[in-house]
Design a protein around this ligand. Structure first.
Ligand code: MN
Length: 325
């Protein structure tokens, strides 16, 4: 079973991040590799964020890279209904198809080049499945964007964008997934200054892309190998670049495809656990209890199978009205 579009971990850890303490205000070049995370029954994804040394890049707080996997003789992605609060999910495919259904009644098949953008606000639930008849390969990224305080209590919403703005240079083509880059702006709704772009480099590319100096940036190599600001980056690895750069230089000998992530450093402290982004342990515990109680906060995803059960809270956490356990 491939189950990578959500945190299906049965013993998720609680991550405290955000705030400016971890932000490099000047340019740096820190390479780190994704942790192999077993999700569902038999699927490995590479989790780049959060990582031991790096929790966020701008408002981006969760990054899974999966595939390319041959699912010709498999069910493919099978993620049952599960809840979210306090975040946006950004679904981006390089190969294959994923059917998204949510508690708003949305039902949309995502394909390469299309953007699925779900804003949980106060609460939503969704499910993601490979269509029964699906292409052989599945390759993509699943990303979360932390919502700032001013946007995390809003009503949930779902956006589908069938095409996104793009720009090109010699042996380089870029698609703007979120925010603005190269003079092009994504139609995806953003709640804090952000950028996300898919960059394809052909063999022999040597290009520089202007970026926001005030933003924090990172680059995930999704396929191939390239030199990014002087650092060799291989598939599955991420390069954290800090802030203070005006441009990024990419050189590539044999072709590559990478994901550029960035944004204004996220100044608010957040608490992440399972599929929730909140501000306190109490908020997390409350959302978990409401999911278990089938609260209207998360609605229902009709026809998408049994709901995912919430894992137990880790020991030593505060629960509302109760002692630490
Ligand atoms: Mn999800």
């Amino acid at each position: 079973m491939l189950a990578s579009m959500s945190n299906l971990d049965r013993t998720p850890t609680l991550t405290r991040c955000g705030g400016l303490a971890d932000v490099a205000p000047q340019p740096v070049a820190e390479v780190f590799t994704g942790r192999e995370v077993l999700l569902g029954e038999a699927t490995n994804v590479r989790r780049l964020l959060p990582n031991l040394g790096r929790r966020m890049v701008g408002p981006w707080c969760f990054t899974d890279h999966y595939g390319p996997d041959d699912i010709a003789d498999a069910a493919g992605m099978q993620v049952p209904p599960h809840p979210h609060i306090g975040l946006q999910t950004v679904s981006w495919l390089l190969e294959g198809e994923v059917r998204h259904r949510d508690s708003l009644g949305s039902d949309q098949v995502l394909t390469p080049g299309t953007l699925g953008l779900m804003t949980s606000g106060h609460g939503i639930s969704h499910a993601e499945h490979s269509p029964v008849a699906h292409p052989r390969l599945l390759h993509g990224v699943q990303l979360w964007v932390a919502l700032p305080d001013g946007a995390r209590s809003t009503s949930p919403s779902w956006e589908f964008h069938g095409s996104l703005p793009a720009f090109s240079d010699a042996r380089m083509a870029a698609t703007v997934i979120m925010g603005e880059l190269g003079g092009e702006r994504s139609p995806g709704t953003a709640h804090s200054p952000i950028v996300g772009a898919d960059v394809t480099l052909e063999a022999g590319a040597d290009v520089s892309i202007p970026i926001e100096r005030e933003f924090e940036h990172g680059v995930l190599m999704m396929s191939g190998t390239a030199n990014v600001v002087g650092t060799e980056l291989n598939v599955g690895s991420m390069l954290y670049l800090g802030c203070g750069r005006r441009q990024l230089r990419f050189r590539c000998a044999s072709g590559a495809r990478l994901l550029l992530l960035g944004g204004e450093p996220f100044g608010e402290q957040i608490v992440m656990w399972w599929n929730f982004v909140a501000r306190s342990d109490e908020e997390i515990a409350e959302a978990r209890e409401q999911w278990i109680a089938r609260s209207a906060r998360f609605g229902d995803v009709h026809g998408a199978g049994q709901r995912l059960e919430a894992p137990p809270m880790p020991p030593g956490r505060l629960i509302p009205g109760g002692p630490a356990r």
